[in-house]
Write a protein of this length. Sequence first.
Length: 423
Amino acid sequence: MPKMLVLAPHPDDEINLAGGIIYGSKVEYDIYVAYVTEGNYLVSSEIRHREAEAALSVLGVKNESIIYLGFNDCSYDAEEHTYHLEGSAVTGSIYELLKRISADVIICSDLDYHPDHIMCSLCFERALGKILKERPDYSPEVLKTFAYENSYNGPGDFFEGNKPEFRVNSDGLLISNPYYRLTDAVFYGNTRECNSYHLGKNPLWRAVLCHKSQVLAEKAKRIINSGYMLWARRTDSLLRNANITVSSGDAGFLNDFMLCDSGNILGGHISPVVFDKGFWTPSRDDAKREITVSLEETADSPVLRIYPAMVTGHQDEGEITVVYGGREEDTRLALPYTDIALDGEVKQFSIIAGNSITGISEIELFKDGQPQEPVFAGKADAAPGRAPLFLKVMDNIVITAHEIAQKANRKIRQKNQKSVIIS
């Protein structure tokens, strides 16, 4: 049976990222869920573990398939973050996890504004990049998505059917990550059970109720929507172990699987995090501005994919020239990436960056123009349509009652914690 791994920043993010996918895939996949942090900033690890295990039991995941990497949760107001203090340790733990499970499908959080979510995304890409170099035969299907947009902070569309909602720029690229086009998303519709307006029979609602400490009932109508949108990242590049040299700068960024990095992932809830690291940039006095790639084996009519640095944040980056087999091809480098079909047999090629190019994040080469063979397929929505009025009224009463109860329990817990500190 193929394996699926859901890598979440905190306990409860498994529902935000992929709750319906977990429930709908439990027959076809051996599912693992791993949490990078304990979610223990305000609530103990013991409580968060207990809630996660209860929720995942509802969704069909056994306790032995739940992994806690054990890193501390950080608040928005932290002066320093785990990523900057222990990033290599986080990456190392994720690396060991990926190596041990060897999943066929990996679903991971992307660049939500919470620093723990950003850390999860960046450390995952760095860890997987290392594994891809070590295992040329391993090409898992990687799907990135968001715990906040279209879910925790998304539209309250439970009663209206699926209404995907993401912030995009004028070019249709996601504001949160302009390497993704909205139109390129893989859509996964929930099962009929997960869309049921009979809440007692809805496994997503019952899983949401398990996360009492997070007052998740308050977000239920947003989380229990009727579909997920994910972005696939190819892992079958021919350049994972290619010999890459550059006229200046650090060539290691060009085939490390990481699309971006940041010197400070804090403060995203106030202003956008700046991803100002993790890409190749030539030195100012470099007149060549050249990348040279030598393949291990000749590739027949491959497709070259070039990702510009995200830091500029605009669609049109500038001119590049690709030189191969006695040919020269000029093109524009633009977000999210530029694909160039190379004709004939290719064993070596060069990329010359124009003077307006800030940097290049990643280069990939694929055997042909066909997409990576999918393991996990998106599926149509099983939404029952708009809720009947009487069910909508009854469900709203039930959801509000649980929200009030969870908020009351949180106040009692906080009061008890203060009493313990005082005593």
